[in-house]
Design a protein around this ligand. Structure first.
Ligand code: GLN
Length: 541
Protein backbone atom coordinates (compact mmCIF):
# COMPACT_ATOMS: atom_id res chain seq x y z
CA UNK A 1 0.00 0.00 0.00
CA UNK A 2 1.16 3.59 -0.45
CA UNK A 3 2.52 5.14 2.74
CA UNK A 4 0.24 7.09 5.08
CA UNK A 5 1.75 10.11 6.79
CA UNK A 6 1.04 11.12 10.37
CA UNK A 7 2.38 14.52 11.39
CA UNK A 8 2.84 15.12 15.10
CA UNK A 9 2.99 18.72 16.24
CA UNK A 10 3.20 20.08 19.76
CA UNK A 11 1.45 22.99 21.40
CA UNK A 12 1.20 25.00 24.65
CA UNK A 13 4.70 24.16 25.86
CA UNK A 14 7.80 22.24 24.92
CA UNK A 15 8.91 19.03 26.71
CA UNK A 16 5.51 17.35 26.44
CA UNK A 17 7.10 14.23 25.06
CA UNK A 18 6.27 14.37 21.33
CA UNK A 19 9.10 11.91 20.69
CA UNK A 20 7.71 9.37 23.12
CA UNK A 21 4.19 9.92 21.83
CA UNK A 22 5.33 9.33 18.24
CA UNK A 23 7.37 6.27 19.23
CA UNK A 24 4.45 4.82 21.21
CA UNK A 25 1.98 5.31 18.37
CA UNK A 26 4.46 3.65 16.01
CA UNK A 27 4.75 0.68 18.37
CA UNK A 28 0.95 0.34 18.48
CA UNK A 29 0.70 0.45 14.68
CA UNK A 30 3.36 -2.27 14.52
CA UNK A 31 1.28 -4.28 16.97
CA UNK A 32 -1.48 -4.12 14.36
CA UNK A 33 0.82 -5.53 11.71
CA UNK A 34 1.82 -2.30 9.96
CA UNK A 35 5.37 -1.32 9.04
CA UNK A 36 6.49 2.08 10.27
CA UNK A 37 9.14 4.73 9.77
CA UNK A 38 9.74 7.49 12.27
CA UNK A 39 11.24 10.85 11.38
CA UNK A 40 12.04 14.10 13.08
CA UNK A 41 12.22 17.57 11.55
CA UNK A 42 13.92 20.05 13.87
CA UNK A 43 13.47 23.78 13.46
CA UNK A 44 16.90 25.11 14.44
CA UNK A 45 19.61 26.43 12.13
CA UNK A 46 22.44 24.11 13.18
CA UNK A 47 23.06 21.67 10.34
CA UNK A 48 22.98 18.87 12.92
CA UNK A 49 23.13 18.78 16.74
CA UNK A 50 26.74 17.52 16.69
CA UNK A 51 28.34 20.78 17.73
CA UNK A 52 25.71 21.69 20.34
CA UNK A 53 26.30 21.48 24.06
CA UNK A 54 24.32 18.66 25.68
CA UNK A 55 22.78 21.40 27.83
CA UNK A 56 21.00 22.73 24.75
CA UNK A 57 19.22 19.63 23.54
CA UNK A 58 20.36 16.71 25.65
CA UNK A 59 22.32 13.82 24.22
CA UNK A 60 23.26 13.58 20.57
CA UNK A 61 21.95 10.27 19.27
CA UNK A 62 24.02 8.51 16.60
CA UNK A 63 22.65 6.02 14.10
CA UNK A 64 24.50 3.15 12.40
CA UNK A 65 25.04 5.27 9.29
CA UNK A 66 26.71 7.98 11.38
CA UNK A 67 23.88 10.54 11.47
CA UNK A 68 24.10 12.80 14.52
CA UNK A 69 20.51 13.34 15.54
CA UNK A 70 18.13 14.51 18.22
CA UNK A 71 17.62 12.17 21.16
CA UNK A 72 14.07 11.44 20.03
CA UNK A 73 15.57 9.10 17.43
CA UNK A 74 16.67 7.03 20.42
CA UNK A 75 13.05 6.70 21.59
CA UNK A 76 12.04 5.77 18.06
CA UNK A 77 14.60 2.95 17.87
CA UNK A 78 13.91 1.69 21.38
CA UNK A 79 10.14 1.54 20.89
CA UNK A 80 9.91 0.41 17.27
CA UNK A 81 13.15 -1.53 16.81
CA UNK A 82 13.48 0.22 13.42
CA UNK A 83 16.98 1.63 12.97
CA UNK A 84 17.17 5.33 12.19
CA UNK A 85 19.00 6.60 9.10
CA UNK A 86 20.13 9.91 7.65
CA UNK A 87 16.78 10.13 5.84
CA UNK A 88 14.99 10.16 9.20
CA UNK A 89 16.42 13.33 10.66
CA UNK A 90 16.72 16.85 9.34
CA UNK A 91 17.10 20.38 10.67
CA UNK A 92 16.13 23.68 9.10
CA UNK A 93 19.86 24.39 8.88
CA UNK A 94 20.40 21.28 6.77
CA UNK A 95 17.44 22.16 4.53
CA UNK A 96 18.82 25.66 4.02
CA UNK A 97 22.31 24.40 3.33
CA UNK A 98 20.95 22.02 0.66
CA UNK A 99 18.89 24.79 -0.94
CA UNK A 100 21.81 27.23 -0.85
CA UNK A 101 24.20 24.79 -2.49
CA UNK A 102 21.62 24.13 -5.21
CA UNK A 103 21.34 27.89 -5.71
CA UNK A 104 25.14 28.19 -6.06
CA UNK A 105 25.15 25.36 -8.60
CA UNK A 106 22.55 27.25 -10.60
CA UNK A 107 19.88 24.58 -10.18
CA UNK A 108 17.08 27.12 -9.81
CA UNK A 109 17.58 28.47 -13.33
CA UNK A 110 17.35 32.15 -12.54
CA UNK A 111 14.45 31.96 -10.07
CA UNK A 112 14.29 34.12 -6.94
CA UNK A 113 14.95 31.59 -4.17
CA UNK A 114 12.32 31.88 -1.42
CA UNK A 115 11.06 30.13 1.71
CA UNK A 116 7.93 29.20 -0.25
CA UNK A 117 8.36 27.26 -2.52
CA UNK A 118 12.09 26.42 -2.36
CA UNK A 119 12.56 25.73 1.35
CA UNK A 120 9.13 24.12 1.72
CA UNK A 121 9.70 21.99 -1.40
CA UNK A 122 12.98 20.73 0.06
CA UNK A 123 11.15 19.88 3.30
CA UNK A 124 8.48 18.00 1.36
CA UNK A 125 11.15 16.16 -0.61
CA UNK A 126 12.75 15.10 2.65
CA UNK A 127 9.45 13.87 4.11
CA UNK A 128 8.59 11.87 0.98
CA UNK A 129 12.05 10.39 0.35
CA UNK A 130 13.04 6.78 1.15
CA UNK A 131 9.63 5.70 2.38
CA UNK A 132 9.37 2.53 0.29
CA UNK A 133 7.81 -0.34 2.19
CA UNK A 134 6.54 1.79 5.08
CA UNK A 135 2.80 1.57 5.70
CA UNK A 136 3.03 4.55 8.02
CA UNK A 137 5.54 7.39 8.13
CA UNK A 138 5.32 9.27 11.44
CA UNK A 139 6.92 12.71 11.24
CA UNK A 140 7.47 14.69 14.39
CA UNK A 141 7.78 18.44 13.90
CA UNK A 142 10.20 19.78 16.53
CA UNK A 143 9.45 22.95 18.51
CA UNK A 144 6.09 24.31 19.55
CA UNK A 145 3.30 25.64 17.35
CA UNK A 146 3.47 29.43 17.45
CA UNK A 147 7.28 29.56 17.15
CA UNK A 148 8.49 31.47 14.11
CA UNK A 149 10.97 28.67 13.38
CA UNK A 150 8.23 26.06 12.89
CA UNK A 151 6.33 27.97 10.23
CA UNK A 152 8.05 26.62 7.09
CA UNK A 153 7.54 23.02 8.30
CA UNK A 154 3.87 23.71 9.03
CA UNK A 155 3.46 25.20 5.58
CA UNK A 156 5.16 22.16 4.04
CA UNK A 157 2.90 19.67 5.81
CA UNK A 158 -0.19 21.79 5.07
CA UNK A 159 0.70 21.54 1.37
CA UNK A 160 1.37 17.81 1.65
CA UNK A 161 -2.16 17.23 2.90
CA UNK A 162 -3.40 18.80 -0.34
CA UNK A 163 -0.83 16.98 -2.46
CA UNK A 164 -1.52 13.54 -1.02
CA UNK A 165 -5.14 13.88 0.06
CA UNK A 166 -6.92 13.58 3.39
CA UNK A 167 -6.94 9.79 3.24
CA UNK A 168 -3.14 9.64 3.34
CA UNK A 169 -2.38 12.39 5.85
CA UNK A 170 -3.34 12.87 9.49
CA UNK A 171 -2.45 15.70 11.85
CA UNK A 172 -1.98 14.75 15.50
CA UNK A 173 -1.52 17.63 17.93
CA UNK A 174 0.01 17.02 21.36
CA UNK A 175 -1.02 19.56 23.99
CA UNK A 176 -1.17 20.06 27.73
CA UNK A 177 -4.23 20.15 29.96
CA UNK A 178 -2.92 21.73 33.15
CA UNK A 179 -4.69 20.98 36.43
CA UNK A 180 -5.35 24.15 38.38
CA UNK A 181 -5.71 23.19 42.05
CA UNK A 182 -7.61 26.32 43.12
CA UNK A 183 -10.21 25.66 40.42
CA UNK A 184 -10.07 21.89 40.93
CA UNK A 185 -10.14 21.43 37.15
CA UNK A 186 -8.15 20.42 34.10
CA UNK A 187 -8.04 23.52 31.92
CA UNK A 188 -8.76 23.34 28.21
CA UNK A 189 -8.08 26.96 27.19
CA UNK A 190 -4.35 26.60 26.36
CA UNK A 191 -5.26 23.70 24.04
CA UNK A 192 -7.99 25.74 22.38
CA UNK A 193 -5.48 28.51 21.70
CA UNK A 194 -2.89 26.13 20.37
CA UNK A 195 -5.37 24.47 18.02
CA UNK A 196 -6.36 27.96 16.81
CA UNK A 197 -2.71 28.84 16.21
CA UNK A 198 -2.43 25.74 14.02
CA UNK A 199 -5.63 26.63 12.22
CA UNK A 200 -4.27 30.10 11.48
CA UNK A 201 -1.61 28.46 9.29
CA UNK A 202 -4.19 26.30 7.57
CA UNK A 203 -3.91 23.09 9.58
CA UNK A 204 -6.94 21.61 11.31
CA UNK A 205 -5.78 19.09 13.91
CA UNK A 206 -7.45 15.71 13.32
CA UNK A 207 -6.73 14.28 16.74
CA UNK A 208 -5.70 15.81 20.06
CA UNK A 209 -3.39 13.97 22.36
CA UNK A 210 -3.70 15.71 25.71
CA UNK A 211 -1.01 15.38 28.35
CA UNK A 212 -2.63 15.42 31.77
CA UNK A 213 -2.01 14.14 35.26
CA UNK A 214 -5.54 12.75 35.72
CA UNK A 215 -8.30 11.37 33.48
CA UNK A 216 -10.20 13.94 31.40
CA UNK A 217 -13.85 14.16 32.50
CA UNK A 218 -16.39 13.50 29.72
CA UNK A 219 -17.58 17.11 29.92
CA UNK A 220 -14.09 18.48 29.28
CA UNK A 221 -13.61 16.08 26.38
CA UNK A 222 -16.84 17.28 24.85
CA UNK A 223 -15.80 20.89 25.30
CA UNK A 224 -12.43 20.30 23.68
CA UNK A 225 -14.05 18.47 20.79
CA UNK A 226 -16.54 21.26 20.23
CA UNK A 227 -14.08 24.17 20.42
CA UNK A 228 -11.31 22.42 18.55
CA UNK A 229 -13.44 20.99 15.77
CA UNK A 230 -12.67 17.30 16.33
CA UNK A 231 -14.90 14.41 17.42
CA UNK A 232 -14.77 13.48 21.14
CA UNK A 233 -13.30 10.10 20.17
CA UNK A 234 -10.37 12.06 18.86
CA UNK A 235 -9.59 13.69 22.21
CA UNK A 236 -7.16 11.22 23.73
CA UNK A 237 -5.80 11.49 27.25
CA UNK A 238 -2.05 11.00 27.49
CA UNK A 239 -1.76 10.40 31.20
CA UNK A 240 1.55 10.67 33.04
CA UNK A 241 3.10 7.19 33.22
CA UNK A 242 5.19 5.67 36.00
CA UNK A 243 7.51 4.22 33.37
CA UNK A 244 7.84 5.21 29.71
CA UNK A 245 7.45 1.60 28.58
CA UNK A 246 3.91 1.63 29.94
CA UNK A 247 2.90 4.45 27.60
CA UNK A 248 1.91 2.29 24.57
CA UNK A 249 -0.48 0.23 26.72
CA UNK A 250 -1.98 3.39 28.22
CA UNK A 251 -2.50 4.92 24.78
CA UNK A 252 -4.07 1.71 23.60
CA UNK A 253 -6.48 1.71 26.54
CA UNK A 254 -7.48 5.26 25.54
CA UNK A 255 -8.21 4.11 21.98
CA UNK A 256 -5.44 6.10 20.29
CA UNK A 257 -4.34 3.44 17.79
CA UNK A 258 -7.91 2.39 17.12
CA UNK A 259 -8.91 5.95 16.23
CA UNK A 260 -5.86 6.40 14.00
CA UNK A 261 -6.65 3.17 12.15
CA UNK A 262 -10.31 4.14 11.73
CA UNK A 263 -9.28 7.53 10.37
CA UNK A 264 -7.34 5.81 7.60
CA UNK A 265 -10.11 3.29 7.01
CA UNK A 266 -8.36 0.29 8.58
CA UNK A 267 -11.09 -1.08 10.76
CA UNK A 268 -10.85 -4.13 13.00
CA UNK A 269 -7.17 -4.88 12.51
CA UNK A 270 -6.25 -7.41 15.20
CA UNK A 271 -3.74 -6.12 17.70
CA UNK A 272 -1.00 -8.12 19.40
CA UNK A 273 0.29 -6.39 22.51
CA UNK A 274 1.95 -9.44 24.08
CA UNK A 275 5.41 -7.94 24.31
CA UNK A 276 4.20 -4.65 25.77
CA UNK A 277 2.16 -6.50 28.36
CA UNK A 278 5.23 -8.60 29.18
CA UNK A 279 7.26 -5.46 29.73
CA UNK A 280 4.72 -3.98 32.13
CA UNK A 281 4.68 -7.29 33.97
CA UNK A 282 8.45 -7.41 34.21
CA UNK A 283 8.53 -3.83 35.56
CA UNK A 284 6.03 -4.87 38.25
CA UNK A 285 8.19 -7.84 39.20
CA UNK A 286 11.35 -5.89 39.93
CA UNK A 287 11.50 -5.75 43.72
CA UNK A 288 15.20 -5.43 44.46
CA UNK A 289 17.31 -2.51 43.27
CA UNK A 290 20.93 -1.74 42.47
CA UNK A 291 22.43 1.73 42.58
CA UNK A 292 24.53 2.79 39.64
CA UNK A 293 26.49 6.04 39.49
CA UNK A 294 26.79 7.91 36.20
CA UNK A 295 29.84 10.11 36.55
CA UNK A 296 29.94 13.02 34.13
CA UNK A 297 29.82 16.77 33.87
CA UNK A 298 26.41 17.22 32.25
CA UNK A 299 24.46 15.83 35.22
CA UNK A 300 22.35 19.00 35.68
CA UNK A 301 20.38 17.84 32.65
CA UNK A 302 19.64 14.09 32.81
CA UNK A 303 18.58 14.23 29.12
CA UNK A 304 22.31 14.49 28.36
CA UNK A 305 22.50 10.81 29.40
CA UNK A 306 19.13 9.72 27.98
CA UNK A 307 20.19 6.53 26.19
CA UNK A 308 22.58 5.61 28.98
CA UNK A 309 19.86 5.83 31.62
CA UNK A 310 17.57 3.77 29.39
CA UNK A 311 20.24 1.16 28.69
CA UNK A 312 20.84 0.73 32.43
CA UNK A 313 17.09 0.30 32.95
CA UNK A 314 17.07 -2.36 30.20
CA UNK A 315 19.97 -4.10 31.93
CA UNK A 316 17.84 -4.21 35.09
CA UNK A 317 14.75 -5.41 33.22
CA UNK A 318 16.72 -8.43 31.99
CA UNK A 319 17.28 -9.54 35.61
CA UNK A 320 14.10 -8.13 37.19
CA UNK A 321 16.09 -5.51 39.06
CA UNK A 322 15.31 -1.83 39.45
CA UNK A 323 18.23 0.40 38.64
CA UNK A 324 18.51 3.55 40.72
CA UNK A 325 20.63 6.11 38.95
CA UNK A 326 22.91 8.35 40.99
CA UNK A 327 24.08 11.27 38.86
CA UNK A 328 27.53 12.31 40.05
CA UNK A 329 29.00 15.65 38.98
CA UNK A 330 32.61 14.95 38.04
CA UNK A 331 33.43 18.64 38.34
CA UNK A 332 31.64 19.63 41.53
CA UNK A 333 31.49 16.52 43.73
CA UNK A 334 34.08 17.17 46.40
CA UNK A 335 33.88 13.78 48.13
CA UNK A 336 33.81 11.19 45.39
CA UNK A 337 35.06 8.48 47.69
CA UNK A 338 32.07 8.98 49.98
CA UNK A 339 29.59 9.27 47.07
CA UNK A 340 30.92 6.17 45.34
CA UNK A 341 30.84 4.16 48.58
CA UNK A 342 27.03 4.23 48.32
CA UNK A 343 26.76 2.70 44.84
CA UNK A 344 27.02 -0.84 43.44
CA UNK A 345 28.45 0.06 40.03
CA UNK A 346 29.82 3.01 38.11
CA UNK A 347 29.52 4.27 34.56
CA UNK A 348 32.17 6.79 33.56
CA UNK A 349 30.28 8.61 30.84
CA UNK A 350 31.46 10.01 27.52
CA UNK A 351 32.29 13.68 27.21
CA UNK A 352 34.34 16.39 25.59
CA UNK A 353 36.98 18.80 26.87
CA UNK A 354 39.09 19.04 29.99
CA UNK A 355 36.50 20.39 32.42
CA UNK A 356 35.48 17.68 34.89
CA UNK A 357 38.33 15.36 33.90
CA UNK A 358 40.02 15.31 37.34
CA UNK A 359 36.84 13.95 38.94
CA UNK A 360 36.58 11.26 36.29
CA UNK A 361 40.21 10.23 36.79
CA UNK A 362 39.66 10.10 40.57
CA UNK A 363 36.52 8.01 40.00
CA UNK A 364 38.45 5.54 37.84
CA UNK A 365 41.15 5.20 40.49
CA UNK A 366 38.55 4.54 43.21
CA UNK A 367 36.70 2.06 40.98
CA UNK A 368 39.93 0.26 40.12
CA UNK A 369 41.31 0.01 43.65
CA UNK A 370 38.00 -0.66 45.44
CA UNK A 371 37.00 -3.16 42.76
CA UNK A 372 33.62 -1.56 42.09
CA UNK A 373 32.03 -2.86 38.83
CA UNK A 374 32.70 -0.19 36.21
CA UNK A 375 31.98 0.58 32.58
CA UNK A 376 33.99 3.38 30.96
CA UNK A 377 32.33 4.69 27.83
CA UNK A 378 34.33 6.45 25.10
CA UNK A 379 35.94 9.31 27.08
CA UNK A 380 35.60 6.93 30.05
CA UNK A 381 37.84 4.40 28.28
CA UNK A 382 40.35 7.06 27.20
CA UNK A 383 40.61 8.35 30.77
CA UNK A 384 41.03 4.79 32.05
CA UNK A 385 44.20 4.65 29.97
CA UNK A 386 45.42 8.02 31.21
CA UNK A 387 44.75 7.04 34.84
CA UNK A 388 46.67 3.78 34.38
CA UNK A 389 49.61 5.57 32.71
CA UNK A 390 49.78 8.09 35.50
CA UNK A 391 49.14 5.92 38.56
CA UNK A 392 50.33 2.45 37.52
CA UNK A 393 53.15 3.28 35.11
CA UNK A 394 54.26 6.48 36.83
CA UNK A 395 53.99 8.56 33.64
CA UNK A 396 52.75 11.64 35.46
CA UNK A 397 52.26 13.84 32.39
CA UNK A 398 50.28 11.25 30.41
CA UNK A 399 47.36 13.06 28.80
CA UNK A 400 45.16 13.45 25.74
CA UNK A 401 45.97 15.86 22.92
CA UNK A 402 42.35 16.95 23.31
CA UNK A 403 43.54 18.99 26.32
CA UNK A 404 46.50 20.61 24.53
CA UNK A 405 50.03 19.62 23.48
CA UNK A 406 51.63 16.85 25.58
CA UNK A 407 54.86 14.85 25.52
CA UNK A 408 53.00 11.73 26.63
CA UNK A 409 49.96 11.42 24.33
CA UNK A 410 48.33 8.32 25.79
CA UNK A 411 45.27 9.46 23.84
CA UNK A 412 45.74 11.32 20.56
CA UNK A 413 43.91 12.89 17.64
CA UNK A 414 42.83 10.28 15.15
CA UNK A 415 44.17 11.49 11.81
CA UNK A 416 43.40 8.51 9.58
CA UNK A 417 41.03 5.57 9.58
CA UNK A 418 39.08 3.37 7.15
CA UNK A 419 35.35 3.27 6.68
CA UNK A 420 33.01 2.13 3.92
CA UNK A 421 33.78 5.24 1.88
CA UNK A 422 37.54 4.50 2.03
CA UNK A 423 40.26 6.25 3.97
CA UNK A 424 39.16 9.16 6.21
CA UNK A 425 41.68 11.89 7.03
CA UNK A 426 41.47 14.62 9.67
CA UNK A 427 43.85 17.30 10.90
CA UNK A 428 44.11 19.55 13.95
CA UNK A 429 42.22 22.81 13.33
CA UNK A 430 39.78 21.21 10.85
CA UNK A 431 35.98 21.71 10.97
CA UNK A 432 34.32 20.40 14.14
CA UNK A 433 30.88 19.66 12.65
CA UNK A 434 30.20 16.15 11.34
CA UNK A 435 33.89 15.21 11.22
CA UNK A 436 34.24 12.76 14.10
CA UNK A 437 34.50 9.01 13.69
CA UNK A 438 30.75 8.45 13.56
CA UNK A 439 28.43 5.49 13.31
CA UNK A 440 28.79 1.72 13.38
CA UNK A 441 32.18 0.02 13.05
CA UNK A 442 33.04 -3.64 13.60
CA UNK A 443 35.31 -4.78 16.39
CA UNK A 444 37.01 -8.13 17.06
CA UNK A 445 37.04 -9.33 20.66
CA UNK A 446 39.81 -11.50 22.12
CA UNK A 447 38.75 -15.00 23.06
CA UNK A 448 38.61 -15.56 26.85
CA UNK A 449 38.20 -11.87 27.59
CA UNK A 450 35.46 -10.77 29.98
CA UNK A 451 33.93 -8.69 27.20
CA UNK A 452 33.80 -11.60 24.73
CA UNK A 453 32.09 -13.68 27.42
CA UNK A 454 29.71 -10.84 28.16
CA UNK A 455 28.68 -10.49 24.51
CA UNK A 456 28.81 -14.22 23.81
CA UNK A 457 30.26 -13.52 20.33
CA UNK A 458 33.67 -12.49 18.99
CA UNK A 459 32.73 -9.90 16.36
CA UNK A 460 30.52 -6.99 17.31
CA UNK A 461 29.36 -3.78 15.65
CA UNK A 462 28.91 -0.67 17.76
CA UNK A 463 28.33 3.04 17.23
CA UNK A 464 31.09 5.60 17.59
CA UNK A 465 31.28 9.34 18.14
CA UNK A 466 34.78 10.55 18.95
CA UNK A 467 37.74 12.41 17.55
CA UNK A 468 40.54 10.99 19.71
CA UNK A 469 41.84 7.46 20.09
CA UNK A 470 43.88 5.43 22.59
CA UNK A 471 47.54 5.39 21.53
CA UNK A 472 48.81 1.83 21.06
CA UNK A 473 52.38 2.97 21.81
CA UNK A 474 51.53 2.45 25.51
CA UNK A 475 49.84 -0.94 25.00
CA UNK A 476 52.62 -3.31 26.11
CA UNK A 477 53.43 -1.30 29.19
CA UNK A 478 49.76 -1.06 30.15
CA UNK A 479 49.21 -4.78 29.62
CA UNK A 480 52.20 -5.50 31.90
CA UNK A 481 50.29 -3.81 34.75
CA UNK A 482 47.04 -5.68 34.09
CA UNK A 483 45.12 -3.45 31.66
CA UNK A 484 44.29 -5.77 28.76
CA UNK A 485 43.45 -4.47 25.28
CA UNK A 486 40.60 -6.91 24.63
CA UNK A 487 39.11 -5.63 21.36
CA UNK A 488 40.43 -4.04 18.18
CA UNK A 489 39.20 -2.80 14.82
CA UNK A 490 39.42 -5.71 12.31
CA UNK A 491 42.68 -4.33 10.85
CA UNK A 492 44.15 -4.44 14.36
CA UNK A 493 45.03 -0.74 14.47
CA UNK A 494 42.37 0.89 16.65
CA UNK A 495 41.90 -0.22 20.27
CA UNK A 496 38.19 -0.58 20.89
CA UNK A 497 37.89 -2.25 24.30
CA UNK A 498 39.92 -2.67 27.49
CA UNK A 499 39.56 -4.52 30.77
CA UNK A 500 41.40 -4.98 34.04
CA UNK A 501 42.60 -8.51 34.64
CA UNK A 502 42.46 -8.41 38.43
CA UNK A 503 39.10 -6.78 38.78
CA UNK A 504 35.70 -8.51 38.95
CA UNK A 505 34.16 -6.29 36.25
CA UNK A 506 35.97 -3.30 34.74
CA UNK A 507 35.45 -2.72 31.02
CA UNK A 508 36.25 0.32 28.90
CA UNK A 509 34.81 0.73 25.42
CA UNK A 510 35.64 3.30 22.73
CA UNK A 511 32.08 3.14 21.37
CA UNK A 512 28.65 3.97 22.81
CA UNK A 513 26.88 0.69 23.60
CA UNK A 514 23.95 2.56 25.17
CA UNK A 515 22.81 3.64 21.69
CA UNK A 516 21.94 0.09 20.68
CA UNK A 517 20.20 -1.14 23.82
CA UNK A 518 16.48 -1.83 23.53
CA UNK A 519 13.86 -2.83 26.09
CA UNK A 520 13.26 -6.02 24.11
CA UNK A 521 16.98 -6.64 23.54
CA UNK A 522 18.89 -5.28 26.55
CA UNK A 523 22.52 -4.65 25.66
CA UNK A 524 24.87 -7.37 27.01
CA UNK A 525 27.28 -4.84 28.54
CA UNK A 526 24.51 -3.29 30.62
CA UNK A 527 23.07 -6.66 31.58
CA UNK A 528 26.61 -7.64 32.61
CA UNK A 529 27.19 -4.45 34.58
CA UNK A 530 23.87 -4.66 36.43
CA UNK A 531 24.48 -8.32 37.32
CA UNK A 532 27.99 -7.46 38.54
CA UNK A 533 26.44 -4.62 40.59
CA UNK A 534 24.03 -7.09 42.20
CA UNK A 535 26.87 -9.44 43.12
CA UNK A 536 28.95 -6.56 44.46
CA UNK A 537 26.00 -5.43 46.60
CA UNK A 538 25.60 -8.89 48.12
CA UNK A 539 29.31 -9.29 48.89
CA UNK A 540 30.27 -8.66 52.52
CA UNK A 541 32.39 -5.50 52.70
N1 GLN B 1 36.27 13.66 23.76
C1 GLN B 1 36.61 12.34 23.34
C2 GLN B 1 36.87 12.26 21.85
O1 GLN B 1 36.49 13.12 21.10
C3 GLN B 1 35.54 11.34 23.75
C4 GLN B 1 34.24 11.55 23.05
C5 GLN B 1 33.09 10.82 23.69
O2 GLN B 1 33.12 10.47 24.86
N2 GLN B 1 32.04 10.62 22.94
O3 GLN B 1 37.48 11.32 21.38
Amino acid sequence: MSSRFIFITGGVTSSLGKGLASASLAALLQARGFSVLLRKLDPYLNVDPGTMSPYQHGEVFVTDDGTEADLDLGHYERFSGVEGKSSDYVTTGKIYSTVLSKERRGDYLGATVQVIPHITDEMKRFILSNTEGADFVLCEIGGTVGDIECLPYLEAIRQLRNDLGRDRVMFVHLTLLPYIPTAGELKTKPTQHSVKALLSVGIQADLLLCRCDRPIPVEEKRKLAQFCNVSSDHVIAALDASNIYRVPMQYHAEGFDEQVCRYFGFKDRPVDLTKWKAISHSLDQAKEAVRVAIVGKYVQLPDAYKSLIQALAHGGMASHLKVEIVLVDSEKDKDLEETLSTVDAIVVAGGFGERGVTGKLDTIKIARTKKIPTLGICFGMQLTVIEACRNLLGIETASSTEFGPTNEPAVGLMTEWMDEQGIQKRCAGGDLGGTMRLGAYPCELKADSLIAKTYGVSTISERHRHRYEVNTAYKDRLESVGLTFSGFSPDGTLPETLEYKDHPWFIGVQFHPELKSRPFAPHPLFVGLVNAAYEYQKKPK
